[in-house]
Write a protein that binds this ligand. Structure first.
Ligand code: FAD
Length: 404
């Protein structure tokens, strides 16, 4: 019998498993299994960089170190970014009104790192195994919750545990089986992701332009190219996805206002329809949800994985402390403390992200005008600028110990 079975070995589930298996939550190392039907291999050192990347905050870097995964990831494929430049289509990309955050302003070497999804997931699964955790190559098929434990049915047989955690993404089967429910709302937008070469160097900077019909980000990659995330209204996204590569690059040049010079596609394009999701409950007796299984936010602020990793650390801490007090890790009292902590932090962040989307990318009228001008004003208010930089670093709010 395991103490904890985690359903889903994406970045969040793998991180939770590794933290628990190492005893990083504050308790002894716990017997843990992670169910993952498709565990990826780490990309080969000389393989081209993949288009699906995430921006990791300083808090996430610390968590990954606590989980034993950071040292295997940090290297030639990971790109630190030192600055962010954010502007609205109403102004030129080199004007003074561009909101600029510079790590040097707060004495930090960088604001975070751009990392391939696959590298992140593979490093965390390897750290889990190294810490004595087990990866079960199987999918969840059913669940039976009893007084003393939970039986997890999988495509490879049954596992029993005292706590089962759903880290199985936005379409979480565990959330459905446990009847935790979720509210969802489509944004009416699709994100197009691709790797592009740019005529001018990215200068270790993340670039983001807000437009009336969406948001365009250029994330700097270690080989000098950029990963773009272009969140566009559905009709525009469908048209962009259907264009020939050269015609797409011409549209991209228009949308970026040539902030990085002319662009050229160097990967295929992938499309992700964007939906907001909030689970009604994060926990029930012997069940908890983390990561996208609990909440999905708009990618414009690059916060999805960062929020999920904080869920993993908060839950590992509550479970670890509960076990150290001699409590059952699946007891509702232990899990409720996790839910109260993370649900309010996530609600704050998703409301802020949606305000950015509706005011800066889609808004009209006086309030939206004010918000757009506000981007430039923040530049002239050093205190406010430092506050935003701390938010970007992920080091504000109530942090789990492993992220401090
Ligand atoms: C275009 C785009 C750009 C993004 N950019 C960023 C960014 O810059 N920064 C950031 O922090 N976030 C970003 N995100 C969000 C981020 O990708 C997600 O928040 C993150 O992948 C969630 O991780 P997870 O481990 O919770 O879920 P997932 O990554 O969805 O992993 C779920 C895992 O569960 C497994 N699974 C599914 N069903 C079952 C089952 N029945 N049984 C067992 N296992 C199962 C799957 O195989 C998968 O491995 C972006 C998202 C999009 C769409």
């Amino acid at each position: 019998m395991y103490e904890v079975v985690v359903v889903g070995g994406g970045p969040v589930g793998a991180c939770l498993g590794a933290l628990l298996a190492r005893g990083a939550g504050g308790a002894r190392p716990l017997p843990v299994a992670v169910l993952e039907p498709q565990p990826p291999a780490a990309p080969a050192a000389d393989a081209p960089l993949e288009a699906r990347v995430v921006a990791l905050s300083r808090a996430s870097e610390r968590l990954l170190a606590a989980a034993g995964a950071w040292s295997a990831m940090a290297g030639a494929r990971v790109c630190p970014y030192e600055r962010m430049r954010i502007w609205h289509e109403g102004i030129a990309p080199d004007s003074d009104g561009v909101l600029t955050f510079d790590a040097a302003e707060v004495g930090e070497p960088n604001l975070g790192y751009i990392v391939e999804n696959r590298l992140l997931q593979a490093a965390l699964l390897a750290a889990l195994v190294q810490a004595g955790g087990h990866v079960e190559r199987a999918a969840l098929t059913g669940l039976q919750i009893g007084a003393a434990g939970v039986t997890v049915r999988t495509t490879a047989g049954e596992l029993s545990a005292r706590l089962v955690v759903g880290a199985d993404g936005a379409r979480s089967a565990l959330r459905e089986h446990a009847g935790l429910g979720a509210d969802t709302r489509g944004y009416g937008q699709t994100a197009i992701v691709a790797t592009v070469a740019t005529a001018r160097p990215h200068r270790s900077t993340a670039w983001q332009r807000f437009m009336r019909d969406g948001t365009l980000a250029f994330l700097p990659l270690a080989d000098g190219s950029c990963s773009i995330v272009w969140s566009a209204d559905e009709a525009l996204a469908a048209r962009l996805a259907a264009l020939e590569p050269a015609a797409f690059a011409a549209e991209l040049d228009r949308a970026s206002d040539l902030a990085l010079g002319a662009t050229r596609l160097v990967s295929a394009r992938a499309s992700f329809p964007l939906t907001r999701l909030a689970a009604r409950h994060y926990v029930a007796e012997r069940v908890a949800l983390v990561g996208d299984a609990a909440h999905v936010v708009h990618p414009l602020a690059g916060q999805g994985v960062n929020l999920g990793l904080l869920d993993a650390a908060a839950l590992a801490q509550q479970v670890g402390e509960g076990v150290a007090r001699g409590e059952d890790p699946g007891a509702l009292a232990v899990l409720r403390a996790y839910e109260r902590w993370r649900k309010s932090e996530v609600a704050l962040m998703s409301t802020a992200i949606d305000a950015f989307d509706s005011l800066l990318a889609h808004g009209a009228g006086p309030v939206a005008q004010l918000a757009r001008r506000g981007l430039g004003w923040v530049n002239r208010a050093p205190e406010l600028q430092r506050l935003f930089i701390r938010r970007a670093l992920g080091v504000s709010g109530e942090l789990p110990r492993a992220a401090r």
